[in-house]
Design a protein. Sequence first.
Length: 236
Amino acid sequence: MFHRIFRIGRRNIDFLRRRDSRAIIREFRRAKYLFFIKIHGLDLHSASLEELGLSATHSSYYSNSGSPDLEKVLDRQDITADDYILDIGCGKGGALLTMAQYPFKKIDGLDISERLLEIAESNIRRTKLTNCALFHADAVFFSDYKNYNYFYMSHPFPCSVMQAVIANIIKSIDEFPRPVKIIYNSPACHNIIIDSGRFNQTEEYVYSDIDTYDSYKVYMNISEARNNIGILYYSL
Ligand SMILES: C[S@@+](CC[C@H](N)C(=O)[O-])C[C@H]1O[C@@H](n2cnc3c(N)ncnc32)[C@H](O)[C@@H]1O
């Protein structure tokens, strides 16, 4: 018995030695996050395009990006009670629940899928989040981008749709000039944002110890961006 415990202990220590400390901290934060999901009984399971009845030419499938990784990005944003964030393609609201740890005045979400929004509503009720509104809308036709100075996207749609959404955000800035930040996870349509000529990339968050091209990129509209600093890189 004692030998068995000793062997298991040895195995854990070897495991810890093999992993770099950043990965261990990430795993600890991840376990804490999974516990949060469990105790509140949240449904944040992925859903395919087929299950949702959505088209691949207009939408990406649902997966949750709320996480300790997103926290690391938000930790660096100097968020205050004057900030309003919209999760464009919020799905079941997982990212909204991570954003709720920060002092945003409003944390809103929109999604094309009514089914996902019903689950988001239940998740939000379970966590007693009060400063949050959900909109059932196609991001291409949403007309209230002017109400927000932060936009979050976790690869919600293909680049043809992104083009129209960025044009709408730019229109809202022209109508109501203001500093705007876009936080983009899995930034497949990065070029669309840069080629608009209205945003600079200011930050990038990369996984230095995982073999993935995934990252979070942060953009600011050009009049507000710290042009001469360039892109600041952080590891997740
Ligand atoms: C990868 S999930 C991200 C979910 C959430 N933002 C998060 O990070 O946890 C992408 C979401 O975008 C939504 N979506 C896809 N096309 C959309 C569109 N044209 N307008 C609004 N939402 C859309 C999908 O229904 C899905 O919930």
